[in-house]
Write a protein that binds this ligand. Sequence first.
Ligand code: VGL
Ligand code: ZN
Length: 205
Amino acid sequence: MKPGKYDLLLVIDVQNDFCPGGALAVPDGDSVVPDINHMAGDFGHCVLTQDWHPAGHSSFASTHPGKAPFSTVIMPYGEQTLWPDHCIQGTQGAAFHPGLDLPRAQMIIRKGYNPEIDSYSAFFENDRKTPTGLAGYLAERGLKRIFCVGLATDFCVRFSAEDARKLGLETVVVLGACRGIDLGGSVAAGIAAMKAAGVMLVERV
Ligand code: VGL
Ligand code: ZN
């Protein structure tokens, strides 16, 4: 599973709010940074995603009176987990972790900016049909294999990897460079779902 010139490293949501001390901290989230920096040199292509919500986003519990963070609501597009306010556009919490060192990264996909729809996946919003443009970018550049790393294993990494498979891409998730939130067993469920979707799971590359 050695990456090369025609492979894309997709670095998902390595942002301050998902790291210890942040608004939606993923346990040990910052520990992926050195691994990702190190891996990036082996890839011909690197794209980052950045969770990028307006204040008052519909995925924030604070937007739904009486609702607590980590509870769920039904949205027009299905069930949505409600989160603490996080990754608000232009804030330090939304900035990439300062240790991330990816000078060769080619593009940043911002997602979750539509106030009405959350977006876990790098490819589609949570309605599972509004595209972000990443599929077109990969197609136009002739890239057919992606390696996913970052935060969080059970949400944005999982949804990105599943969508990549739906698009027919060869998809690898490097678990050693991912960390999960783990709500009620969501890491185990996410790993099972990714396997079932034909995602290749490896510890490192
Ligand atoms: C994420 C919850 C809310 C993630 C983003 O990056 O996994 N999770 N927004
Ligand atoms: Zn978010």
